[in-house]
Design a protein around this ligand. Structure first.
Ligand SMILES: Cc1cc2nc3c(=O)[nH]c(=O)nc-3n(C[C@H](O)[C@H](O)[C@H](O)COP(=O)(O)OP(=O)(O)OC[C@H]3O[C@@H](n4cnc5c(N)ncnc54)[C@H](O)[C@@H]3O)c2cc1C
Length: 294
């Protein structure tokens, strides 16, 4: 099948891009094209205008300070994954991006595009939800910031309006004495995961666990974040506590059966992966990586 007819514009300024988006409510932004182009080819998306933002090179950046990482709309997955400063301040970005598709797709696909695409089977929406990131968007009306909690409103549906361009993803730094980890199960390397879990564990000065939060992909219609802290009241990462966390996870997820896996299998994976990533995140919280990433 071929895409339905559409107009194509490649603006050279942000104002020009915003003007096109304001003028055509059925326009769509084209970033890396790694999700949109397949949708066009299957006619699941039929925009009247494609606004190719690849000429806006000022949006191709990854900027890091002690507060966090700011990722411009044209930063490719590979740019974020390879950025050492970003890794030191927020290691979960690199940990998760390594699981996104294949290197060729990461060379082209943008991290912010993945967030706006809002696929509950994708890694970045889960990471953004877990970390409480924000997205800065622009339109001819001005700029606004959307919190992660308000971002994902349905399957493949995000709060960025059709007249808006997402400019920047703002990811907070990982806190002190905090570790992160992510893992997933996919049928083949690089496939979308049957289930994936990212976790962030914070410990006190004595090394006792204080908070445990985890984010789940492919087990709900939008990214799901669960607070697992109640499983660790004695502060230890004992097998019994990890099992209790896994039980919270299996009860909390709401997977569906499809051609790739049954709901029961995905629920089982949520428990197994919860134990694994919480243990790994705890290990990193108490023994930070000597190269700098927490
Ligand atoms: C074979 C294959 C396997 C893949 N596997 C995975 C995987 O395992 N995990 C995973 O997370 N992803 C996977 N992907 C998707 C990939 O990560 C994409 O790069 C990502 O989903 C979208 O980024 P993009 O820049 O390509 O966006 P595009 O495809 O250009 O756009 C996607 C959507 O977001 C909108 N959009 C993009 N940028 C903006 C913006 N700045 N402002 C407003 N709207 C915007 C577009 O209008 C469109 O609706 C896979 C893709 C392929 C082809």
């Amino acid at each position: 099948m071929k895409p339905a007819p559409f107009s194509y514009v490649r603006p050279s300024t942000l104002d020009e891009a915003l003007a096109v988006l304001a003028a055509d409510p059925h326009a769509k932004v084209l970033a890396g094209g790694q999700s949109l182009v397949p949708l066009l080819s299957m006619r699941l998306a039929q925009p009247s205008t494609l606004v190719d933002i690849n000429g806006l090179s000022e949006l191709a950046y990854v900027r890091t300070d002690e507060n966090g990482v700011r990722i411009g709309a044209l930063a490719r997955h590979v740019d974020v994954e390879a950025d050492v400063d970003a890794w030191r301040v927020q290691p979960l970005l690199r940990q998760a991006l390594r699981l996104v598709a294949h290197p060729t797709i990461r060379n082209r696909g943008t991290t912010l595009g993945s967030v706006v695409h809002a696929d509950a089977a994708a890694e970045m929406p889960a990471v953004v939800s877990l970390l409480g990131a924000q997205v800065l968007v622009a339109s001819t009306d001005g700029r606004r910031t959307i919190d992660a909690a308000d971002l994902f409103i349905g399957p493949l549906e995000c709060a960025v309006g059709t007249h808006e361009l997402a400019l920047e993803l703002q990811v907070p730094a990982l806190g002190r004495r905090t570790g992160s980890a992510v893992d997933e199960v996919a049928r083949r390397h690089g496939d979308y995961a049957l289930c994936g879990v990212a976790a962030v564990v914070s410990v006190g000065g004595s090394g006792a666990i204080e908070t445990v939060r985890a984010s789940y992909l492919s087990v709900s219609l939008t990214p799901l974040v669960l607070d697992l802290s109640e499983a660790f009241v004695d502060g230890s990462a004992s097998d019994a506590n990890l099992e209790a966390a896994a039980e919270i996870a299996t009860a909390g997820v709401d997977p569906e059966t499809d051609i790739h896996a049954t709901a029961d299998y995905r629920r089982h994976l949520a428990g197994v992966l919860t134990r694994r990533v919480v243990r790994d995140a705890y290990t990193r919280a108490v023994a930070p990586d000597p190269e700098g990433a927490r």
